[in-house]
Design a protein around this ligand. Structure first.
Ligand code: ZN
Length: 180
């Protein structure tokens, strides 16, 4: 989803935009060190083909970690992005990356929306599409998902609110092959 729709919380993206792109790209905490040097970031093109994006994604596994890395690298390389799903970079697996309110990247595997409260209207711009779309999103959600830890997926449960909840709902839709 495009970051420009983000409400102005503590400067957020505006501050991020001031930083040089290189710095953002290479401070990825997920980049594996190889002999003490950082891996070169892989920046993927964003898929815009509706036919590809409309296919529900397969369950992601720990073997999809390289996709997660490409997602984070691609997300951090763009000033206009707040989150990115794997099928938007050509991998039809159920995982996505998003930036939290401090612009830190997180990777979410196999999310399921469990509870949703406080529906409200929102306008979203998808990186894969032109223009904007009106949607109904919930302001408070509980999501179960998995995270990669020491090479294995471990179950998590988390409450998301506000802007981050909106991002996560947009991403869960992508995993289902649903576009705004
Ligand atoms: Zn999107």
């Amino acid at each position: 989803m495009r970051a420009k729709n983000r409400p102005p919380i503590r400067g957020g993206k505006e501050e991020a935009r001031e930083r040089p792109l290189q710095e953002k790209r290479f401070d990825s905490p997920l980049a594996p060190p190889h002999g003490g040097r950082m891996e070169t970031a892989v920046i993927k093109d964003i898929v815009t083909d509706d036919a590809l994006l409309s296919q529900p994604c397969e369950r992601a596994t720990a073997e999809d970690a390289p996709i997660a890395q490409d997602l984070v690298d691609t997300l951090l390389s763009r000033d206009d992005a707040a989150c990115l799903a794997a099928n938007q970079i050509g991998a039809a697996k159920c995982l996505f990356a998003y930036l939290d309110e401090n612009d830190q990247p997180h990777v979410v595997y196999n999310p399921t929306l469990k509870k949703a409260l406080r529906p409200s209207k929102a306008v979203e711009a998808c990186l894969s599409r032109e223009g904007e779309a009106k949607v109904t999103r919930f302001d408070w959600i509980t999501v179960t998902f998995e995270e990669l830890e020491d090479g294995a997926l471990v179950p998590r449960k988390q409450v998301f609110e506000g802007w981050t909840a909106q991002l996560v709902q947009h991403m869960i839709d992508h995993c289902k092959g649903k576009l705004v």
